[in-house]
Design a protein around this ligand. Structure first.
Ligand SMILES: [Zn+2]
Length: 507
């Protein structure tokens, strides 16, 4: 989330700041309609999707608390949903300074006004909002005359298990209408949660001084706070829960049609050129900083779309919005278990139909053909069942094709290694042979792993599966200083940008 709150949001804020304030609503939700708190460090864009058809106005806010990125992440996805009735107004990053700092409170503000979600007019008082940001947000929300205000948050722990956090709860006003919608939201979001302790609770009313409470008390709006839980859940899982909940409300209000599903995370506008639209799997089985590094490194390339996805997203068909998926390190078998058999079938079909696959370490194991849980999109298996070879910096050397795809590095160079697969051909008839892009030139063989099999074996390989391209890396270039371009270049190759550029140049 720091990445999203970093250069991307800075670019968006810059783009928004350059627009005049009376820019009409963008029908695609691509461009901000304006900026709140313009000219201040808290300046933040808002998006308007106006159906042009009479109906309710719904205001959705995310990122009011800066250490709760899921609401901001989900709101930034929901702004792409086409609206068929009424008007949807979205403020994805209400508290940009706190989001950038990854802090609940606004950095640098006196303690009594630091918690933005206590600064809105209290229920019993006719006072003004406290602090400049609350004032700017409150004036903005007031002007919209919203029928509904929905504020997306996340707690630190599951409310069903502890009274100490409101994580995973729907917090609504105790009016019959609000309660009925809250119950429908709770039922929908709980439908796929098998762990009883992780199920959403119903609570209310929203805490005094919160944006939702103030909107309910003083603007006569229906209002609720939707809370997911950051503990032990990937960002993609939490964002999905927010999308499911907002989807129920917009459906209830007749504002979306059947073409909008909770899986919709990106613009439907087809890209003019085949720029990468990358789904990064960050759910069960992943570990460490791999997913974050991929998001950061590929997200730097102008025009790319990079979105984190979970197992439920994949099983629900979310890959249709992307042209490449990346699976980072962790445990291949655990990743396979979370993605599930149906999800693995979907990834295989995605690649067969022309999608790209990038696998690093565990994601490389996952691509292979030697395990019952493997994707079988690469004609490779592991040389030895012994995977626990150890962690070390090892030497790699690129092949000629490796230099074409990954960058022109001559001679050997260092790369971080952490129990990645040692690959050899699996001789699967339906798959063409893989092509090495880099070889290991040194090896690690700890914990009684067989020595001698790693040195001079392929470290990074490219393959084809149906119409799709696959690149897997046993070591971790995404976590090695100086190799930050490897994964963006691999992504470009599997999305075929390079060959399209070559064709264009040849004309
Ligand atoms: Zn919060």
């Amino acid at each position: 989330m720091k990445r999203l709150a970093g250069w991307k949001s800075w670019l968006l804020t810059l783009a928004a700041a350059l627009l005049p304030l009376d820019v009409p609503a963008s029908p695609t939700g691509e461009q901000p309609a304006g900026v709140i708190a313009s000219g201040t460090p808290s300046a933040t864009p808002y998006y308007v999707r106006d159906s042009g058809v009479t109906g309710p106005t719904v205001v959705i806010t995310g990122g009011v608390h800066g250490n709760e990125p899921a609401g901001a992440y989900a709101a930034d996805q929901i702004r792409h949903w086409p609206i068929t009735r009424g008007k949807l107004i979205i403020v994805p990053r209400a508290n940009v300074v706190a989001l950038k700092a990854d802090k609940r409170n606004i950095p640098g503000e006196p303690v009594e006004v630091a918690n933005l979600n206590r600064n809105f007019p209290k229920a019993s008082e006719k006072e003004s909002p406290r602090g400049a940001l609350a004032l700017a947000l409150w004036e903005f929300v007031q002007r919209q005359k919203p029928a509904w205000c929905v504020d997306l948050h996340e707690g630190s722990d599951f409310n069903a298990m502890t009274g100490k956090s409101v994580g995973s709860s729907v917090i609504a006003f105790p009016t019959p209408d609000d309660k009925a919608v809250a119950l429908a939201i709770q039922t929908a979001v709980n439908a796929n949660i098998t762990n009883q302790n992780h199920r959403f609770t119903l609570r209310g009313p929203p805490v005094d001084g919160s944006l939702a409470r103030a909107a309910g008390e003083h603007l006569g709006a229906h209002a609720m706070i939707l809370e997911t839980t950051s503990k032990s859940q990937a960002l993609s899982v939490r964002a999905r829960q927010h999308r499911i909940m907002v989807h129920v409300l917009l459906n209830h209000l007749g504002m979306i049609d059947g073409s909008v599903t909770p899986e919709l995370m990106t613009s439907r506008v087809p890209p003019i050129t085949p720029v990468p639209r990358l789904a990064v799997y960050d759910d069960g089985g992943t570990g460490g900083v791999g997913a974050a590094r991929i998001v950061e490194q590929v997200g730097r390339q102008p025009g790319t779309v990079v979105v984190r996805v979970c197992g439920d997203d994949i099983r629900a068909g979310a890959l249709g919005q992307f042209n490449v998926i990346a699976v980072p390190g962790g445990s291949g078998s655990k990743e396979a278990a979370t993605i599930g058999e149906d999800g693995r079938d979907r990834i295989r079909k995605f690649v067969e139909n022309g999608g790209g696959y990038i696998g690093i370490c565990a994601g490389a194991y996952l691509a292979t053909s030697g395990f019952s849980w493997g994707l079988r999109i690469l004609d490779a298996k592991t040389v030895s069942p012994k995977w626990d070879r150890g962690h070390a910096m090892v030497k790699l050397e690129l092949t000629d094709q490796g230099r074409r795809i990954l960058g022109n590095i001559q001679g050997t160079f260092d790369c971080k290694y952490a129990n990645g697969p040692i690959l050899c051909p699996a001789h699967v008839e339906s798959l063409p042979d893989y092509e090495p892009l880099a070889f290991f030139r040194t090896e690690v063989a700890e914990h009684n792993a067989p020595p001698g099999i790693m040195v001079n074996s392929p470290a990074i390989v490219a393959g084809r599966c149906g119409k799709g391209r696959v690149v897997v890396s046993s070591p971790h270039p995404e976590q090695t200083k100086g190799l930050e371009e490897f994964i963006p270049r691999a992504v470009a190759w599997v999305t075929d940008r390079a060959s399209i550029a070559e064709k264009t140049n040849a004309r």
